[in-house]
Design a protein around this ligand. Structure first.
Ligand code: NDP
Length: 460
């Protein structure tokens, strides 16, 4: 007769075996896709308590189905450069899961883009979008095109060619892309124009992140960075801490970073460092955000130029060194795997109290373990940076209703959404036996809604 304790261990083992079996199958079916494997591993491992408690999800093959995209589109993107030479890039769109709404997720233009990166981002997006409480499924796309150093004309010809193919696969009720690394207001504008021209109609809800003058939502530009800070503020509040008076390091100097710096500063923090893909600046008096905005958003220059205007600041080549700077709060807002185990240890030794992932998967699995082992408050990307896609969903709602909300209205909704994401993650973590582990909490809270929708929609 097994004791109760032994029976419990058996249930855990069954759940672990199931998760490991499906994970091995994912690796076998998707060889050489390390980023995708990493994202799947992080989510699968945290779902063990769910399968232990609710074996019905195992019986319905939820993991097998959720880790296989509904559709993966790759396509040729030919375009002509300023010298009249033909260039060819590769375009991607992964339509991962549409059980709770149309596919939704950004487009990334960066030379590192490949199937693994797009699939890791698309997979994460399923759970992130679910967490927002908005009716949106998971997707992601992009190209290995590098906008850096290209003229406006080249960027326009490339994006038009990209959209000419992508247009066949998207629609306001089918799949609604947005921006990501390398895709900002300029690229969205060109893509919207090309889609409109191909479609022969004005479908405002086809893309989000549009300019406010043609169907965009106020606060969308700020949403991911502001949302990141709102989430971290909730984490801090629960422990009697706040941004006020704290020293903050933010990596990157793009859309997410700039607005994270802005909101953290508004809440009384001193942000002393930021970076780009070449190096980082350290300004002990606090970064002058107007200079960063002008350099990166308007003049599209390197962050190294900052020191010419602010001689008291230092510039250092290489990105990883930014984590050597002592801080109370670290906000990685550049790209995946920018904080490894060694950087995490340095941050801990320097007394970091909280880490909030503004970028997607910026911490390696080993780095996350270090933060957890050392009781650093850790906010995972899919919860922390969900504000961008949440406001994208609000943009879709405004487009459908043909009206525009004010900045204050959208900002208030964003704050409410971020607070709800935080609360739901905390509650799920506690309910499933991992109090204070927001990685587990966010993954479980995001998963349950999608899994329940998959259960009732049949084996599709
Ligand atoms: P941007 O292109 O606006 O900015 C990216 C920043 O990160 C730039 O400063 C860039 O430097 C730097 N960077 C890019 N690649 C690398 C690299 N390999 N190593 C070091 N630095 C790098 O992108 P976003 O701000 O939009 O996106 C940043 C992160 O946030 C990404 O992980 C994205 O997926 C995530 N995110 C973005 C959302 C959004 O709404 N924009 C929503 C949710 C998540 P450089 O100037 O040299 O290129």
């Amino acid at each position: 007769m097994p004791t109760i304790v032994e029976t419990k261990q058996t249930d855990t083992q069954i759940a672990k075996d199931y998760v490991n079996r499906v994970y091995e199958a994912v690796i076998k079916r998707n060889p050489n896709e390390s980023e995708f494997h990493q994202a799947v591993k992080e989510i699968f491992d945290s779902l063990v308590p769910v399968f232990e408690k609710h074996p019905k999800y195992m019986e319905n093959g939820i993991l097998e189905r959720i880790s296989e995209p509904e559709r993966m589109i790759t396509f040729r993107v030919p375009w002509v450069d300023d010298q009249g030479k033909v260039q060819v890039n590769r375009g991607f769109r992964v339509q991962f899961n549409s059980n709770i709404g149309p596919y939704k997720g950004g487009l990334r233009f960066h030379p590192s883009v490949n199937a693994s990166i797009i699939k890791f981002l698309g997979f994460e997006q399923i759970f992130k979008n679910s967490l927002t409480g908005q009716p949106i499924g998971g997707g992601k796309g992009g190209s290995d095109f590098d906008p850096k150093g290209k003229s406006d004309g080249e960027v326009m010809r490339f994006t038009q060619s990209f959209m000419t193919e992508l247009a066949k696969h998207i629609g306001p009720d089918v799949d609604v892309p947005a921006g990501d690394i390398g895709v900002g207001a300029r690229e969205i504008g060109y893509m919207f124009g090309q889609y409109k021209r191909l479609r022969g109609g004005y479908e405002a809800g086809i893309l989000t992140g549009k300019g406010v003058g043609y169907g965009g939502s106020l606060t969308r530009t700020e949403a991911t960075g502001y949302g990141t800070v709102y989430f971290v503020e909730e984490m801090l509040k629960d422990k009697g801490l706040s941004f006020d008076g704290s020293t903050v390091v933010v990596s990157g100097s793009g859309n997410v970073s700039i607005y994270a710096i802005e909101k953290a500063t508004q809440l009384g923090a001193k942000v002393v460092a930021c970076s780009d893909s070449n190096g980082y600046i350290y300004d002990k008096n606090g970064i002058n955000l107007e200079t960063v905005k002008r350099l990166k958003e308007v003049e599209r220059k390197r962050i190294s130029e900052y020191v010419a205007e602010h001689p008291e600041a230092e510039y250092h080549e290489g990105c990883a060194g930014i984590w050597l700077i002592p801080c109370d709060i670290a906000l990685p807002c550049a790209t995946q795997n920018e904080i490894d185990e060694a950087s995490a240890k340095v941050l801990v030794n320097n007394g970091v109290k909280a880490v909030g992932e503004g970028a997607n998967m910026p911490s390696t699995l080993e780095a996350i373990d270090i933060f957890h082992e050392n009781n650093v408050l850790f906010g995972p990307a899919k919860a922390v940076n969900a504000g961008g896609v949440a406001v994208s969903a609000l943009e879709m709602a405004q487009n459908s209703m043909r009206l525009s909300w004010t900045f204050e209205e959208v900002d208030a909704k964003l704050q409410e959404i971020m607070t709800n994401i935080y609360r739901n993650s905390v509650n799920a973590a506690a309910e499933y036996g991992h109090p204070d582990n927001l990685v587990v909490g966010a993954n479980i809270a995001g998963f349950l809604k999608v899994a329940d929708a998959m259960m009732v929609q049949g084996v599709i």
